[in-house]
Design a protein around this ligand. Structure first.
Ligand SMILES: [Zn+2]
Length: 1086
């Protein structure tokens, strides 16, 4: 996903990153990314295909940040509702007079659009008009309000009939050049040179979405035009090479070598198919829907992808990428007439087609009997295979779409059962000791028919049946006994809070709304209804108050789950041979292909391979590049975005205050210096943080504490933050306590933060043991799914102390620590418990503390007394000498071996050590390297899903990373060629300007008020002044070609002295060692 986010990590603000993790749409992000709980994402999470996830250098920070926004997280309802309101939109649009409406309707009519309906949606303070394009039947939602973060999206219904991955490959391919923009990848040009606040594309099981966003109107319309031209007039339908590159092709460099498969989607999906949680989700979806389009994989099964032909691919585009089959969304403060004018230019070129009938999704009929499926997944040989089974129960809830009221109630029920660690179904499953972590996503309602799934992983075979029984009996018990009143109140408050706050992170609010609306609209239902939650929510609240929660929820549990025979039980067994068997099978197919070819065929294939590569590596001609519209430097503000920050002092503690409009929400961070902590205690810190929130105090069980937090606040979270500081040896390392509440609850918020910090008791061994196994499961999942993050952390640990600390708390070292801790919990709980106490004693001091507050001025003033009381309650131990953690991992090259079909390859060095002095141009250059050299060589011709670089300006570490990469040593060669690439670079002024503008777009990334306050705090902690930000900006704006050449010398040190780390398959590592003996030390991790 967000490569933009990755690039943004370069900016002076370590926080300027996108709250949008891989494979999560707005609809899902509460669960997959905002949630601190590890609920697996099921297979139909849309594939966020164009861009890749952010590597860990900052992922730890990001993750903790994300967790921070949702600690009392409202998983499902948040998912369902948070996307619905738009608080930033403070005032209703001004154009509401009758006269204006009349004039607008007239314009629409002239442009060929018929108004279907119009509403003012109070929840998002927007006027929304639904139009139908008369000639083609294309539907358009035009949403007007005062939100400057404008959003456009075009969505097609694209149900596949097989698992060749057509929709997914097409999603990649249409952005590879079009009629008006005949370059290799206009998408990349936009990434490089626009101010977008969002740019990506997603494939769902039944639809494909192309959204863009920007706060700059001119930029916004540029993006819209490129996207419209891409979807309706792509070059890929005539260009076999694009199909080969993005989909699949045989690669043969030399007739004497073996043939291999290549293709961006092919490798991306190999990565997906290497992750057990994904396999589980996909198996469940396909088994729940054996008879309709959801029974196949729209992303593509690597074993089936090579069956796809170019003819089928072209036909799919012709049929479904048609205005008659399109739903188009506009949102924001721009001129609604201009939107229709742009659209009519495209839509008028088409006539109506029969696509809407052909793309209809047929509902799945309900089974009369439950089904059971046993599936294998690729496992490593490490660990106890006997305890690696997964079991998950899945239900299809209804044979047709549900009405919104029922959906809302189900979402609420889901939150009650699973939303927080204190929720009964979740708690009982984890406390049973039958498994390590929860799998299954609870209620899912993104497809035509809703489902429910829940299970456990890390289960031993004899316990599988027990897990099933426990799930069924717990659900029955909940139906019979109902829910605790405090729990219902906590859920209600959490849901209402998140609706009111509507914190979509850096995900544009308008996009969040679009995805919500499209969830019904795509099935020909009312697109307005999902935007209007107020009434059904109030009705639900009233019903609960009147009839009691049991009367509301029990019948739903009975009907949709307990008495519903459409149940699929999936059992997944670890198979240490599966990865190599799949590998063998692929090899055999390819050998047969080769055997069936004549010598001429082989020569031809080698020639075609060469031709494709040449084409991929030939830069676009300048005139083609100029076709992509871009801003000029005059359009760019000369000054950085300033965040109001007042630095003060309350009772000897630094307090930062940010006066920003927050719609009555108070955001706070309290940070404690970790510099006093003993080195050996570091790996315990993440578990210490979790214990604070989930262990309970003397008078409150953890369930009560959790409910109290849910009832009184918008959530509290605790996590470590570590970064290098430029020009300083010792790192900046803090424990951050983050919380938020409505202004009138400020007192409760600070008193709860205080209780969490001071009163929680580290006495519950059983719960601690669960934390350990959950964390271990989460780390294993990351290792498979985000190996680049693990690689980045590992290289960091070899290069500097901050990296070493982060790796202790989130890398391979942490995983190893967790593995050994699991046993230790039983043998020496007293020792662990006293270590946790020791951490508290070291951290909890007024001396190393700082408080950050973000809200409107009046709220800030009113909160001061609570802050002061809070500070007074902190112990003021005389500051112990800061510990000197002068630790690093050995700097040898390392290969971390796991069962996988794709690799993650990294190389890094500290370029400050060569004498390089930071200059703003480094941001531009590093972006440029990612978007050109690495994109072309690692992704386009290398066949990896992604390749990019990252420059941590705080530590000086410059790192290269690849993502889901079929290669290993070859990728390293590409990295090593970067210096020569920079030296040989020729660039015209337009290209340079674009690179500068794109970098400014990253630096100025869109932030909601809480993120602004947080960024400002981090800058304060890292010693980044406003003067420095201004200077860096000027340096960015005045970047010259000369800077690129000079940077080449600095980057040469990565080639010469860099350290290499990779997460890779044993086969590939062994092959690499054959070629280059002793190159890697091997570490087996799973
Ligand atoms: Zn993709």
């Amino acid at each position: 996903m967000e490569r933009a986010a990755l690039l943004r990590s370069l900016t002076c603000s370590p926080l300027a990153c996108n709250a949008f993790l891989f494979r999560s749409s707005a609809l899902r992000f509460s669960r997959t990314s905002l949630s601190p709980l590890s609920r697996s994402s099921s297979s139909f999470a849309p594939k966020c295909h164009r861009l890749i996830p952010h590597p860990t250098g900052r992922t730890l920070l990001r993750r903790s940040l994300l967790a921070a926004t949702s600690s009392a997280s409202c998983l499902n309802l948040r998912k369902r509702l948070s996307s619905l309101s738009t608080r930033a939109v403070a005032t209703p649009p001004t154009h509401t007079s009758q006269e204006f409406v009349g004039a607008r309707d007239e314009v629409a009519e002239k442009l060929g659009f018929e108004k279907v309906s119009e509403e003012f949606v109070g929840e998002c303070k927007s006027r929304a008009v639904l139009y139908k394009h008369e000639k083609t039947g294309a539907e358009v939602m035009s949403v007007s309000n005062s939100d400057e973060n404008k959003v456009f999206g075009v969505v097609f219904r694209t149900p596949p009939k097989d698992s060749t991955g057509i929709p997914h490959i097409l999603e990649h391919s249409v952005l590879c050049g079009s009629r008006k923009y005949p370059l290799k990848e206009p998408f990349v040009e936009l990434l490089k040179g626009s101010l977008h606040t969002f740019l990506n594309a997603f494939t769902y099981p039944d639809r494909t979405c192309y959204p863009v966003a920007s706060t700059n109107t001119k930029d916004f319309y540029n993006l819209v035009d490129v996207y419209l031209d891409a979807v309706f007039f792509p070059k890929c339908v005539e260009d076999f090479h694009t199909f080969q590159q993005e989909g699949w092709h045989y690669e043969l460099n030399n007739p004497s070598e073996d043939i291999s498969y290549k293709g961006v989607v092919f490798n991306e999906m190999k990565g997906v198919y290497s992750q057990p949680d994904n396999i589980l989700g996909r198996t469940a979806q396909q088994a729940l829907f054996p008879d309709n389009t959801y029974g196949v994989d729209s992303g593509g099964d690597p074993q089936v992808i090579p069956k796809l032909t170019f003819e089928q691919f072209k036909e799919f585009h012709r049929k479904y990428y048609h205005p008659s089959n399109a739903r188009i969304w506009f949102y924001g403060d721009d001129d609604p007439n201009e939107r229709l004018r742009i659209l009519s230019e495209y839509l008028d070129m088409f006539d109506a087609s029969s696509a809407p009938n052909e793309s209809k999704i047929e509902p799945q009929k309900l089974f009369s009997d439950p089904v059971r499926i046993v599936e294998k997944y690729p496992a490593g040989e490490g660990g106890d295979l006997k305890k690696k089974n997964m079991v998950c129960l899945n239900w299809l809830l209804s044979d047709k779409p549900l009405d919104l009221e029922t959906e809302l109630t189900l979402g609420f029920l889901d939150h009650l059962m699973l939303g927080t660690p204190a929720s009964p179904l979740r708690k009982i499953l984890l406390e049973s000791g039958l498994g390590e972590a929860i799998v299954g996503g609870g209620v899912e309602d993104e497809l035509l028919q809703p489902q429910f799934s829940i299970g456990l992983k890390g289960v031993s075979e004899p316990d599988i049946e027990k897990v099933e029984e426990l799930i069924m009996s717990t659900l029955a018990k909940l139906a019979e006994e109902g829910f605790d009143a405090d729990a219902v109140e906590a859920s209600m408050n959490t849901i209402e809070f998140s609706l009111r706050e509507n914190n979509t992170g850096s995900f544009p609010r308008g996009l969040s709304l679009m995805l919500r609306s499209i969830g019904k609209w795509i099935y020909d239902m009312d697109p307005f209804a999902p935007l209007k939650y107020e009434k059904p929510l109030m009705a639900l609240k009233a019903r609960i108050a009147e009839e009691g929660s049991k009367a509301v929820f029990s019948p739903l549990l009975e009907k949709f789950i307990l008495k519903n025979p459409h149940r699929v039980t999936i059992e997944m067994q670890p198979d240490p041979d599966k990865a190599s068997r799949d590998e063998e099978a692929e090899k055999e197919i390819l050998e047969n292909v080769k055997a069936s070819m004549t010598e001429e065929d082989l020569a031809e294939l080698a020639r075609a391979t060469q031709e494709l590569r040449l084409k991929q590596e030939t830069p676009d001609p300048p005139e083609a590049l100029r076709s992509v519209p871009s801003l000029s430097l005059q359009d760019i503000p000369k000054e950085p975005i300033r965040i109001p920050t007042e630095v003060g002092d309350i009772n000897g503690v630094k307090v930062l205050q940010h006066d920003l409009f927050t719609n009555d929400v108070l955001y706070t961070e309290v940070v404690f210096n970790m510099g006093t902590l003993k080195q050996e205690l570091l790996p315990l810190v993440p578990l210490f943080c979790q214990s604070l929130l989930e262990m309970g105090t003397e008078d409150l069980t953890f369930v009560q504490l959790n409910q109290l937090i849910g009832r009184k606040t918008g959530g509290i979270s605790v996590y470590p933050f570590t970064s290098s500081v430029r020009g300083r040896e010792d790192p900046c390392s803090y424990m951050v306590v983050r919380g938020k509440a409505m202004a009138e609850r400020a007192e409760d918020l600070f008193s709860l933060v205080n209780r969490v910090l001071q009163e929680v008791q580290f006495t519950d061994r059983q719960r601690f043991k669960q934390f350990v196994s959950q964390s271990k499961a989460r780390m294993e999942n990351r290792l498979r799914g985000s190996g680049h993050g693990i690689v980045a952390a590992r290289m960091g640990a070899k290069l500097n102390v901050a990296g070493w600390i982060s790796e202790q708390m989130g890398g391979i070292s942490y995983l190893e620590f967790l593995q050994s801790l699991e046993e230790k919990v039983d043998q020496d709980w007293a020792g662990i418990s006293s270590s946790l106490e020791e951490i508290r004693k070291s951290l909890l001091s007024r001396n190393g503390c700082l408080v950050n507050l973000t809200a409107d001025g009046k709220i800030l003033t009113n909160s001061e007394k609570f802050v002061s009381r809070f500070i007074d309650s902190l112990p003021s131990s005389s500051l112990v000498e800061t510990t000197n953690w002068n630790a690093r991992l050995h700097s040898s090259n390392e290969a971390i071996v796991i069962p996988t079909q794709v690799n993650y390859v990294g190389k890094a060095a500290n370029i400050y050590e060569t004498g390089y002095q930071l200059d703003g141009s480094a941001h531009v250059i590093s972006n440029y390297i990612s978007n050109t050299w690495l994109w072309d060589r690692v992704r386009v011709s290398g066949g990896a899903y992604g390749g990019f670089c990252n420059f941590d300006t705080h530590s000086g570490v410059f790192s290269f990373l690849s993502y889901r990469d079929p290669n290993l040593l070859k990728t390293l060669d590409v990295y090593d060629g970067t210096g020569d690439f920079l030296r040989g670079l020729e660039m015209d002024d337009d290209t340079l300007t674009k690179a500068i503008i794109g970098t400014i777009g990253d630096v100025d990334s869109y932030q909601l008020p809480d993120a602004k306050g947080y960024s400002s705090m981090l800058r304060y902690l890292l010693g980044i002044t406003e003067e420095e930000r201004q200077r860096r900006r000027e340096e960015i704006l005045s970047t010259r070609m000369q800077d690129f050449r000079e940077f080449a010398d600095a980057i040469e040190s990565v080639k010469n002295k860099g350290v290499v780390a990779a997460v890779a398959s044993l086969d590939d590592v062994e092959a690499a060692l054959k070629e280059c003996s002793n190159f890697f030390q091997i570490k087996k991790a799973l």
